[in-house]
Design a protein around this ligand. Structure first.
Ligand code: IYR
Length: 222
């Protein structure tokens, strides 16, 4: 991007009525999104995954640095390696590292250290954050608001996945440095989130959660 290189913004125009309808129907649609832990092994095309990821990559970012890499893994051997390493860490976490309060908070979700979905889902998207960029000459350039930026990209990606009728889970095995080793990422990339992506298993159940009401999450100042 050159300094002072501006182009005309072409607004997406709707009537007021259309905006209201679209806002409401998008709210209803997004409210149907759920985190899914049981996947079908039905394949998902590379083109579809690429469209989803590029929607994620269209998110705003600090100084437009787009400080992220999305690793898209469909290779069965790599998926099993990732599963084995994740289950190792998760076993330690569930048995020794997580507090009683944390384990109690997770009870409604029925999670444990088993992470079958890492083998079964047709794709794993591992999102890496780049705290700095490595230039071809070996020098570094700084990125800004990296966590916020990558969080926004994951939000866009989740919406794109739901829009395509696919499902995902924002999985955070902890610690997750094994992902950097297995995927041989450069030192400026740190794992941020691991997302299995695919179709849900047949008749999958999800926890019966309530979302907070508008009163609980919005404070108006009119
Ligand atoms: N990373 C573990 C534990 C876990 C933690 C939170 I906070 C969750 O919302 C869900 C799970 C796991 O993936 O099982």
């Amino acid at each position: 991007m050159e300094n002072n290189d501006f182009i005309k913004y072409e607004p997406v125009r709707f009537s007021e009525k259309e905006s209201e309808q679209r806002a409401h129907s998008f709210r209803t649609f997004m409210d149907k999104r759920r985190s899914i832990r049981y996947f079908s092994d039905k394949p998902v095309s590379k083109q579809l995954i690429e469209d989803l990821i590029m929607t994620g990559s269209s998110a705003p970012s600090g100084a437009h640095k787009q400080p992220w890499t999305f690793c898209a893994v469909s290779n069965a051997e790599l998926k099993s390696k990732i599963r084995a390493a994740a289950e190792n860490e998760e076993y330690e976490s569930y048995n020794h590292r997580m507090s009683d309060e944390w384990l109690e908070a997770l009870k409604p979700f029925g999670t444990d250290w088993h992470k079958e979905f890492l083998d079964i889902a047709p794709w794993l998207i591992i999102v890496f954050k780049k705290s700095y960029d490595l230039n071809p000459d070996g020098s570094r350039s700084k990125n800004y608001y990296v966590n916020e930026s990558v969080g926004l990209a994951v939000g866009f990606l989740l919406a794109a996945i739901h829009n395509a009728g696919l499902v995902s889970l924002t999985h955070t095995p902890s610690p997750m440095n094994f992902l950097q080793t297995i995927l041989e990422r450069p030192p400026n990339e740190k794992p941020f989130l691991l997302m299995p992506v695919g179709y849900p298993a047949d008749e999958v159940e999800v926890p019966n959660l309530n979302r907070k009401s508008s009163k609980a999450v919005i404070q108006y100042y009119e």
